[in-house]
Structures are given as C-alpha cells and as structure tokens.
Write a new protein. Structure first.
Length: 84
C-alpha cells in the first residue's frame, strides 16, 4: 500500500479567520512568541499499487483544493513504507 499526502493551505494573501482565532487564543495559554498561525487540511490518498503522483495532483487540482484561494503540495508518506 502506498500513501500520498496532499496538504492544502489558503494562499498567503487570503485572510485565515480560523488561524487568527488560534493566534489570538495563544497568549491565554501563556504562549507569546508566536506571530502568526495558518490552518490547513491534510488529505491522505492510499493507492492499491504504486503511488501515482500525477493522478494525486489531478485529484487535488480538480477536487480537493480551490485554486482561486488555496495552494496545495503533494508528497509520498514515507511512514507507510516504514510501518510506523
């Protein structure tokens, strides 16, 4: 089994109200050295055979991310191969 991970994040110029809420709450936890928080999504796609990064990229581009406001990155999940 092979797993491809797609990380989806709002583009830097897009306001992230959820990240802002977390950043505003941190001082109440005693954390004062954080200047910014951005919230995103992690999607794991498991392939039955060899992972196909081009197929994963097409899925991410057409279904998982909104290209107007979001960017995505794709990488192989090495922990599956290691059994972790």
């Amino acid at each position: 089994m092979a797993r491809v991970v797609v990380d989806v994040m709002l583009k830097p110029e897009i306001l992230d109200p959820q990240g802002q809420a977390v950043a505003n709450a941190l001082p109440r936890l005693g954390v004062t050295d954080i200047s910014s928080v951005r919230i995103g999504r992690r999607i794991e796609i498991e392939f039955a055979g060899e992972p196909n990064l081009e197929t994963a990229r097409e899925i991410a581009d057409k279904l998982l991310a909104n290209p107007v406001i979001e960017d995505f990155q794709i990488h192989l999940d090495d922990t599956v191969a290691e059994g972790v």
